[in-house]
Design a protein around this ligand. Structure first.
Ligand code: HEM
Length: 161
């Protein structure tokens, strides 16, 4: 089983220390939640603006600011998430919920990269202020919204199943 090959990860000294620490594990967990909040808290208003809400506010304010906070949040969520994963790597790797979550994270990142290229290609900086976004942008923004919220729900469900 491929999961069993992850057993040595769980036995690393710093991973065992993290698993048994009264303070460090909750702190890393809090770091994961902070990252998730920054990611989802940035991506939701950004996607909603691209989908057509708040059209009296310049779209580039949303894109330029929220893209940065979302990327920082994703980075924090990935680093802290990897540490949480390491504490029970065999169990997590064997969990269909965890596998689905990681697959959706990868698809979410891919979608965000494509959306970035579409925004450049459609030259949305030069669209009139209240213009409706092209459908290529709206479809990607919708996928992003559904995808990242699904990742959040799967992450929360992991604690229960
Ligand atoms: C590669 C990236 C990630 C890894 C390896 C990872 C890993 C983990 C692990 C191991 C847990 C602990 C599950 C448990 O309670 O047993 C967790 C919790 C969670 N994750 Fe992630 N995660 C990642 C990214 C994300 C992202 C991007 C989101 C949200 C969009 C997210 C949302 C959550 C949520 C909501 C929880 C539950 C937190 C709690 O209630 O304590 N994760 N994650």
């Amino acid at each position: 089983m491929i999961e069993q090959s992850l057993a040595p990860v769980e036995n690393l000294a710093f991973v065992s220390a993290l698993r048994n620490s009264t303070f460090m594990y909750p702190l890393v967990n809090a770091g994961h939640i902070l990252g998730v909040s920054m990611l989802v808290g940035g991506i939701v208003p950004l996607d909603l603006r691209l989908l057509g809400l708040w059209r009296s506010y310049p779209v580039m304010v949303f894109v330029d600011v929220l893209r940065i906070t979302s990327v920082i949040g994703l980075g924090l969520a990935v680093v802290c998430g990897a540490l949480l994963f390491a504490t029970a790597a065999v169990d997590y790797a064997g969990s269909p919920l965890f596998q689905a979550k990681i697959l959706l994270v990868l698809l979410g990142v891919l979608n965000a990269l494509i959306l970035g290229r579409v925004l450049k290609h459609e030259d949305i900086r030069s669209l009139p202020m209240k213009a409706r976004m092209p459908s290529s942008v709206r479809v990607r923004a919708g996928m992003s919204l559904v995808g990242w919220i699904s990742v959040l729900i799967l992450g929360r469900l992991l604690g229960y199943f």
